[in-house]
Design a protein around this ligand. Structure first.
Ligand code: DHB
Length: 422
């Protein structure tokens, strides 16, 4: 774990209205692809790193603490030691350590804010929802973690790849009918400190894949309707074709995003399916929009039938590298496979803890409007579930923004300053 403190705090100084006792503690992580997320530092030139974020946060007056977290490929003495839920256990151990040493470490432990992107966004979200949940106790005890609360104040979450057990179905709800995919495909993990190796790939669905897509789409409709999400006391639902108030709600965020782009003088492509009259967004052709952003992943999008994706690899155990985590993929598998323990799968899903654990009061969730790594339904469900449970959620889908994070640090820090001033 690395701890960084603005220099002024060593001289009783003040930065941006904060001092050494009142400064928020900002905790970015470097998890991506559920790979190990090593502790980070300003000037870090190795991959993965969000060192620019650390520098910006320090300049803004935050104490920054970067914990190294285990990831799915980590081994020791021939055993896998980084499978789920290790990344969350490590983050909680770090938070407990900070609380245990709060008289020694500058910053306000009542103002701990996590931040991450993609799998790191999922990490930030799951830490945000699951404060002090009993599930983690044995893992933390085993690790020798301090006996302290691991509850946090706020979570900043960019394009979280989460709710994995429903992500395949959500992907087909969105993209079913688009039978070609195009993406950078993972070739191999990078050497230590280097990014993974990718190459361009495209594919067209077989009839069997089209059938799976249709089946998964139906699965999502059932799932979504089971959630009983509401907006302004109106329930969000989907009919058998996948149309309905939930889809309209997703479209609302995309239209809002296009409108904001127009208001800022940015271009909104005619090919996007966004209808504009006199600088006002009046409609969104959903099918056209999806063809515009294109489909990235094959089917099933996450729990793939050959278990080559990051996600089955996350759910391996000490000796088995990868496991399916949906009954659908276990039943359709093309390789010898086992089904992961359902408890472990649920344990890394942030939604599991809402209404059950000590969930952070404040949330800022961003998911780019051209992100195709997971369905738009996934962040919308997270944001709405949190709102429905009474938490404060700032959710938006920035226009023309792909799968990425930390692109609006000025706005993120304004949000942090505002919630800390309450
Ligand atoms: C990430 C991206 C993915 O598409 C995925 O399936 C898992 C993780 C990531 O960028 O962290």
């Amino acid at each position: 774990m690395n701890i960084f403190v603005p220099l002024a705090y060593f001289h009783e100084g003040i930065v941006n209205g904060y001092d050494k006792d009142t400064a928020p503690i900002f905790m970015p992580n470097t998890i991506g692809g559920y790979m190990p997320g090593p502790r980070d530092y300003p000037g870090n030139k190795t991959y993965p790193s969000s060192q620019k974020t650390i520098i910006a946060a320090l300049n803004h007056g935050y104490v920054v603490i970067s914990a190294g977290l285990r990831g799915r490929t980590l081994t020791a003495e021939g055993e896998n030691i980084g499978k789920a839920p290790a990344f969350l256990v490590d983050m909680k151990a770090a938070i407990r350590y900070i609380r245990h040493n709060q008289d020694l470490i500058p910053g306000d432990t009542n103002k701990i804010i996590t931040n991450g992107t993609s799998a790191g966004g999922a990490t930030s979200a799951a830490i945000g929802t699951s404060g002090d949940d009993a599930y983690f106790e044995p893992f933390l005890k085993n690790l020798g973690a301090a006996t302290e609360s691991d509850k946090i104040f706020a979570a900043s979450v960019y394009c979280p790849i989460h709710n994995l057990e429903n992500a395949d179905a959500a992907y087909e709800w969105e993209f079913s009918g688009i039978n070609t995919w195009q993406r950078k495909i993972f070739v191999k993990d990078g050497a230590p400190g280097q990014p993974p190796v990718f190459e361009d790939a495209t594919g067209t669905f077989t009839p069997e894949e089209m059938e799976m897509s249709a089946e998964l789409k139906q699965e999502f409709i059932t799932y979504l309707n089971s959630l009983h999400l509401t907006v302004d006391q109106t329930e969000l639902t989907l009919d058998n074709d996948g149309q309905g108030s939930f889809l309209n709600y997703v479209k609302y965020f995309i239209k809002q995003s296009a409108q904001k782009a127009l208001d800022e003088g940015k271009a909104v492509s005619k090919d996007s399916g966004v209808k504009v009259e006199n600088e006002v967004v009046t409609d969104l052709d959903w099918s056209k929009y999806l063809h515009f952003i294109t489909r990235m992943k094959s089917v099933p999008a996450f729990d793939d039938l050959e278990m080559k994706n990051p996600e089955p690899n996350l759910f391996g155990d000490g000796t088995i590298d990868s496991k399916h985590f949906t009954t659908f993929s276990q039943e359709h598998s093309k390789v010898t496979s086992q089904l992961a323990d359902e408890k472990t799968v649920k344990a890394v899903n942030p939604l599991t803890y809402i209404g059950k654990a000590k969930t952070a009061q404040y949330w800022r969730i961003r998911h780019g409007a051209s992100d195709r790594d997971t369905s738009f339904a996934i962040p919308v469900i997270l944001a709405t579930t949190l709102k429905n449970a009474g938490y404060q959620v700032d959710f938006a889908m920035p226009w023309n923004t792909p799968h990425s994070g930390d692109y609006d640090l000025r706005d993120l820090f304004s949000w942090i300053d505002k919630i800390c001033a309450k």
